[in-house]
Design a protein around this ligand. Structure first.
Ligand code: C2E
Ligand code: MG
Ligand code: MG
Ligand code: MG
Length: 285
């Protein structure tokens, strides 16, 4: 079966590799089992609309609690899933669960846009794109796919075609972690996305006079000129929030507003108020 093959492949990969210096490779074999064993869950981090002060969406963030190792960071297991060919299964699971939770939230009177992280390479996977389009067309709520790791989009034509099909189906596309690593102007030029997320590395260091603030401001203007919505991630201070608002940034995400949380905590935070949350959470508490 698929999980068995995955485990075999993982074992081979493990042995061939570099003696597992990081201690990470030995968890590859556990990854597929983890999905079946219910070790995966999703945390949801609110996206806050700076223009009207409402929580209008959430981002689904994958969580893995390993029975022996405890919490494993998504930066670790997503990278491993990408490198071992398991990212498709992980993403299918995340997408399904996120849509189920979005419907559950809607039943509680909370209508939110659902953002799901998608590895860039999956845009070139025709079977994934078809499955995701089917899921999206069956879902009643708004969906946004945040493209991470854009550097591995080696087949740009296929990626652009996929993004256009998603757009026709009403699914938004977002370029995640913009400005960091290898995601660059080249992607803005090539990918017809509707949202740009400024990497937290710039937002966290921002103060009014800094080079980071200049870079953030000019990125916002650039994205707006291209017709894109802008979300700043890593908003941790009132000063950063005020600065972003003054710069005309559309949306903000960060620990100041809310940390990633369970769907139950999200309902508690937002139900009753509908999707309106007039103040960042820290001040409500
Ligand atoms: P990301 O998509 O850029 O998500 C933002 C990360 O920043 C999350 O880390 C979030 O918890 C963290 N964060 C949010 N606000 C703040 C803040 O104010 N300060 C600081 N210091 N950090 C903040 P997390 O959950 O550990 O996820 C890390 C990355 O793993 C994500 O970055 C994303 O690239 C990837 N990831 C997570 N879930 C998935 C998934 O289902 N699929 C894929 N392909 N990637 C995923
Ligand atoms: Mg993201
Ligand atoms: Mg990001
Ligand atoms: Mg990131």
């Amino acid at each position: 079966d698929q999980a068995g093959l995955g485990a075999e492949r993982a074992a081979a990969f493990d042995a061939e590799a570099y003696g597992d210096p990081s201690g990470n490779l030995s968890i590859i074999g556990d990854l597929m089992r983890a999905l079946d064993n219910g070790e995966f869950s999703l945390s949801y981090q609110p996206k806050y609309d700076l223009r009207d002060g409402r929580i209008t969406g959430v981002e689904a963030l994958a969580r893995w609690t390993h029975p022996q190792r405890g919490f494993v960071s998504p930066d670790v297991f997503i990278t491993i899933a990408e490198e071992t060919g398991h990212i498709r299964q992980v993403t299918d699971w995340v997408l399904r669960r996120a849509i189920v939770d979005q419907q559950r939230l809607a039943a509680d009177g909370v209508e939110l846009e659902m953002s799901v992280n998608i590895s860039g390479r999956l845009l070139g996977d025709a079977a994934f794109v078809k499955a995701a389009l089917d899921l999206a067309s069956g879902a009643s709520g708004k969906l946004c796919l945040e493209i991470t790791e854009t550097a591995v989009i080696d087949n740009a034509d296929a990626a652009i075609a996929a993004i256009e099909r998603f757009a026709e189906a009403g699914v938004k596309m977002s370029i995640d972690d913009y400005g960091s690593g290898l995601s660059s102007l080249a992607y803005l030029k090539r990918l017809p996305a509707s949202e740009l997320k400024i990497d937290k590395a710039f937002v966290m260091k921002m103060d009014a006079a800094s080079r980071d603030a200049l870079l953030v401001k000019s990125t916002i203007d650039l994205a707006h000129a291209l017709g894109m919505r802008v979300t700043a991630e890593g908003v941790e201070t009132d000063a950063a929030l005020a600065l972003l608002k003054g710069m005309g940034c559309d949306m903000a995400q960060g620990y100041l507003i809310a940390r990633p949380m369970s769907v139950e905590a999200l309902v508690e935070m937002l139900a009753g108020a509908g999707s309106a949350a007039p103040k960042p959470r820290r001040r409500r508490a």
